[in-house]
Design a protein around this ligand. Structure first.
Ligand code: GLV
Ligand code: MN
Ligand code: MN
Length: 402
């Protein structure tokens, strides 16, 4: 039987990023593939039957009960990371699921229905731009062709990356057979803000996931020479991009509950002595009301058009992904709270595969305290005792649901 910390320690060297700090474990890159192999080995060590489905979701099956796999209880999370991410976002849920299987076995639990641990690919959308890509494909929330044609920063398509990882891209897409196997889904995740610090609790039950979306703004101007082009003669998209970044902040600050971020900006061609011909900015916008999010995007687009025109540039807006606010299944929330003797309820501003699945199957989440209150950063942290408490809470919940 392994503790969550021992399992996390066993992958602590995989995908370390010396430049950014933390971990860069892009989906289907060497690091994430190593983690997928690690998961398969750990699952087999526990007697789970390991399979990869049509969408690259990894499954470790504890087959039990008379109903076969239909309506099984599923737990799990993801192993991919943001660039320079922490050690817990994703892997905490996977390692806790494995530790919970150990605990259930040690408690002598004999399940009345099958239990599976699932690992979803590209939860972060860090490589191909669309978050929760595996669960979106599984549920049909993204068109298979659109997914196949997504490209990474090097122009590799998701279809090519899937094929290289041993997954036939022709079979990507909504998978009713696999969906029918999920009776309930419970994802454990590191808490990604100050929620549990402020509640003074190690574990919480998820209530809602804030609606979120991603857009790309491409500002085009005149690429030119940094030394020979007089300041008055420039159509520099970087200047417009700078104005747009400031506009994003002012638009979001003026709207109650809104969060808007430009976390990625790319000048093309990107030379020190080159006035860019184009600058791409990626926007992440979150608000509980989809109509407000749409209005925020419109406002930002309007300001971007003005900023671009003022610099003699033009701007193009593309929507990359959207997810509405999700409230988790109330009955399942109550079941989890009962199992955990009144653990607090906690909303989150972070996206999760559980939120994507919740449109089609009862889904729930457990959060484990993060004493730094920081996530998507190497400073993300979970105390060993809290990690153990989380795995025990997950085992309690699974035992009651089995
Ligand atoms: C994923 O963690 C997200 O909320 O973007
Ligand atoms: Mn994340
Ligand atoms: Mn995550």
């Amino acid at each position: 039987m392994d503790s969550v910390s021992a399992l996390l320690d066993s992958i602590a060297d995989v995908g370390r990023d010396a430049f950014r700090g933390g971990y860069s474990r892009g989906v289907y890159t060497g690091a994430e593939l190593t983690l997928r192999e690690w998961f398969a080995e750990e699952a087999r060590r526990r007697g789970l039957a390991v399979e990869t489905d049509r969408n690259g979701i990894l499954w470790g099956w504890w087959d039990a009960g008379e109903g076969g796999r239909a309506g099984a209880l599923v737990t799990g999370s993801h192993l991919d990371s943001v660039p320079g991410g922490g050690a817990y976002d994703g892997p905490l849920g996977v390692t806790s699921a494995l530790a919970a299987v150990d605990l259930l076995r040690a408690r002598g639990v004999r399940p009345n229905r099958s239990l599976a641990v699932a690992v979803f690919p590209e939860e972060e959308g860090s490589r191909f731009g669309v978050s929760c890509l595996g669960s979106r494909l599984l549920t049909g929330a993204i068109d298979a062709d659109a997914a196949r044609n997504l490209t990474d920063a090097d122009g590799v398509t998701f279809a090519e990356a899937s094929r290289a990882a041993g997954i036939d891209p022709a079979h990507l897409g909504r998978d009713d057979g696999t969906l029918a196997n999920i009776g309930d889904f419970v994802e454990l995740h590191v808490e990604q803000g100050r929620g549990l610090i402020d509640l003074d609790s190690a574990v919480a039950v998820g209530s809602t996931v804030l609606g979120h979306g991603r857009w790309r703004l491409s500002v085009s101007g005149q690429g030119n020479h940094a030394g020979t082009t007089l300041m008055a003669d420039r159509a520099d998209p970087m200047i417009a991009a700078a104005q747009i970044v400031l506009a994003v902040r002012s638009v979001a600050r003026a709207e109650d509950g809104a969060r808007a971020t430009v976390g990625r900006l790319q000048p093309v061609p990107g030379g020190t002595n080159v006035i860019a011909s184009r600058v791409d900015l990626w926007l992440d916008i979150r608000h509980e009301d989809d109509a407000v999010t749409a209005a925020l995007v419109e406002r930002i687009h309007g300001k971007a058009q003005m900023a671009a025109a003022f610099e003699g540039c033009s701007v193009n807006l593309t929507a990359e992904s959207r997810s509405g606010t999700v409230s988790f299944d109330p009955a399942l929330q109550r079941t989890l709270q009962n199992s955990l003797k009144g653990a607090p309820l906690l909303p989150t501003g972070a996206g999760h595969d559980a939120a994507v699945l919740s449109g089609l199957v009862p889904a729930a989440m457990l959060y484990v305290r993060n004493p730094t209150g920081v996530s998507h950063s190497p400073e993300e942290f979970v105390e060993r005792d809290d990690a153990d408490a989380g795995a025990a809470a997950l085992a309690d919940v699974l035992e009651d649901l089995l």
